[in-house]
Design a protein around this ligand. Structure first.
Ligand code: TRP
Length: 446
C-alpha cells in the first residue's frame, strides 16, 4: 500500500506530546551526565554555562526543530529536503546516523543500570570502593552486559513498534509521574545525609571564575545542554511531525526545557550528597561515565538496608528515565524507514533494533571506545544544532514564521525567537562547535 495514503499518526493529547518530549529529554544524561561533567572540574561555572547555553542557544533551536517537524509533517530524514531542497539531504543523513550512534552505547549503559538494579534487589550492594570496582568489572566484562543491552533494545524496540499514541505516548504517561515522584523523594532523603552540604557545595557553589573560559568546561556545557535536551539530531523534529497544528510550540519548548533542567539539577542534589557523605569525592574527580556506577553503589552500600532501598529506587529511576529516551532515539530511524521506504512500523522497529545492537558491540567490549563514541556524538549534536539554526534562521525562515503564527504565541515571543535564531544562536553555536572540536582533538592527542 502506498504509505502516503495512510493518515499520519498523531499524539492523542497535547500533554501526551509534552510528556513524550520530556521523556526523551530526561534520561541518563541528566542522572549521569550532569554529575560526571560537573565533577570534571567545572562545578558551579559548568552549571552556569550550561544554563546560559540552554536559554540562549537551545530554546530557539528547540522551536526551530519543532517548526521543521510540524511544518513538513515528515520524519527527520526527509524534513530538511522538504523544507529546503535536495542540498539539505546531508542533514537528513546526520539525523539518521547520529541517533543510531547514540542509541548504540546508550543501550549498553542501560544494561549496566539494569544489572545494578537487579543486583540491589537480589544480592545486595558492595561495601567499599574495591568491591564496587570488582562488581563493575564483572558486569561489564564477558557476556554479562550483552544481556542488559539486548534486553533494553528489545524492550524499547517493542514499545516503538506499538506506535506513537499506543506505544510511545502510553509508556511516557505511565512512567513520567513515577519518575518525578521517586526523584523528589530521593532528593529529600539525600538532603538529610551527613555531608549533604559539602555535596551541594561541590556541585553548585565551588565557583571558579577561570573555569568559564576553560575549553573543556565549555565543551561540557554545550554537550550537556544538547544531549540532555535531545537536541541537534532530529528527535524534536520527529516528535513534532506527529503534532496537530494547534499547539503552542514556544510554550511547549519552554516547558520541556524547564522540566529537563530541573531534573538535571535535582539529580545533582541526589548524587553529590551521596558521593560526599561517603568520602568518595576524590574518586570522582576526573570521572568518566563508568565512575558513577562504582561510586554510587559503594556509597549506598555503606548505608545498610536503607541504602539498599535507595539503590533500588535510584537505579530503577535511572532505568525508567533511560527507556523513555531510548525509544525516542529508535523512533527517528523508524519514522525515516516508514516515510521513505513505506516499511511497516513493526519491521522498521526490528531493523533499527538489530542495527543498534550491532553498532553497540564495540561499546560493550570497551568502555574507552564507548566514551569516545559519546564524545564524537556530542560534537555531532552541536553541529546538527548549528545547521538547524542556520536552516530555519537564514535559508527557510518562512517555515518558522508560519509555524509560529499557527502557534498562538505572543508577538514579542515570536520576534524574540526569530531574532535569536537569525543573529545570536548560530554565532554562539558555531563558537561552541569550534571550541568543542578543538578540545576534543586536544584530549585525543594529549
Ligand atoms: N536526552 C537523553 C538523556 O539525557 C538522551 C537522548 C535521547 C538524546 N534522545 C536524544 C541525546 C537525542 C541527544 C539526542 O539521557
Amino acid at each position: 500500500m502506498d504509505q502516503k495514503s495512510i493518515k499520519r499518526e498523531q499524539w492523542s493529547t497535547k500533554l501526551g506530546f509534552v510528556l513524550a518530549a520530556v521523556g526523551s529529554a530526561v534520561g541518563l544524561g541528566n542522572l549521569w551526565g550532569f554529575a560526571y561533567r560537573s565533577s570534571q572540574g567545572g562545578g558551579g561555572a559548568f552549571v552556569l554555562l550550561y544554563l546560559l547555553v540552554v536559554l540562549v542557544v537551545c530554546l530557539p533551536i528547540f522551536v526551530a526543530e519543532f517548526s521543521l517537524g510540524r511544518g513538513t509533517s515528515s520524519s527527520a530524514f526527509i524534513a530538511p529536503i522538504k523544507a529546503a531542497g535536495k542540498n539539505w539531504a546531508p542533514l537528513g543523513w546526520l539525523f539518521l546516523i547520529a541517533p543510531l550512534g547514540i542509541a548504540s552505547y546508550y543501550a549498553v549503559i542501560m544494561g549496566w543500570t539494569a544489572d545494578i538494579f537487579v543486583q540491589s534487589i537480589f544480592v545486595g550492594l558492595p561495601l567499599n570502593t574495591e568491591e564496587s570496582s570488582s562488581l563493575f568489572s564483572t558486569i561489564h566484562s564477558g557476556n554479562r552486559d550483552f544481556i542488559g543491552q539486548i534486553f533494553s533494545i528489545t524492550l524499547a524496540g517493542y514499545i516503538v513498534s506499538g506506535g506513537i499514541s499506543k506505544g510511545i505516548e502510553k509508556l511516557n504517561r505511565f512512567c513520567m509521574p513515577i519518575l518525578f515522584m521517586i526523584l523528589i523523594l530521593l532528593a529529600i532523603w539525600a538532603a538529610f545525609l551527613g555531608n549533604s552540604v559539602e555535596g551541594y557545595r561541590n556541585f553548585l557553589f565551588n565557583f571558579d571564575i577561570k573555569q568559564l573560559t576553560n575549553p573543556t568546561t565549555i565543551r561540557n556545557a554545550f554537550s550537556q545542554a544538547f544531549f540532555s535536551l535531545s537536541l541537534g539530531i532530529g528527535i524534536m523534529v520527529t516528535y513534532a511531525s506527529y503534532l496537530n497544528k494547534t499547539s503552542n510550540l514556544p510554550k511547549q519548548a519552554f516547558q520541556i526545557a524547564s522540566l529537563d533542567t530541573a531534573v538535571g539539577l535535582m539529580a545533582g542534589l541526589i548524587t553529590f550528597p551521596i558521593i560526599f557523605s561517603f568520602g568518595l569525592g576524590e574518586t570522582i574527580s576526573n570521572s568518566t561515565i563508568a565512575t558513577l556506577f562504582i561510586t554510587i553503589p559503594s556509597g549506598l552500600g555503606q548505608f545498610g538496608a536503607i541504602g539498599r532501598i535507595v539503590a533500588i529506587a535510584f537505579f530503577g529511576l535511572a532505568y525508567i528515565a533511560a527507556i523513555t529516551s531510548l525509544i525516542s532515539l529508535i523512533e527517528i530511524p523508524v519514522s525515516a524507514l516508514i516515510d521513505k521506504f513505506a516499511v511497516k512500523r513493526r519491521l522498521a522497529s526490528i531493523i533499527t533494533s538489530v542495527c543498534i545492537f550491532i553498532l553497540g558491540i564495540p561499546s560493550v567490549l570497551s568502555t574507552d571506545l564507548l566514551g569516545n563514541i559519546d564524545a564524537i556524538a556530542n560534537v555531532l549534536l552541536i553541529l546538527g544544532g548549528f545547521l538547524v539554526s542556520f536552516l530555519l534562521g537564514w535559508v527557510v525562515p518562512k517555515v518558522m514564521d508560519v509555524e509560529l503564527e499557527n502557534s498562538g504565541s505572543s508577538k514579542s515571543t515570536r520576534t524574540y525567537l526569530k531574532f535569536m535564531l537569525r543573529y545570536i544562536t548560530p554565532v554562539i553555536v558555531s563558537c561552541g562547535l569550534l571550541i568543542s572540536l578543538y578540545d576534543l582533538l586536544k584530549t585525543w592527542t594529549s
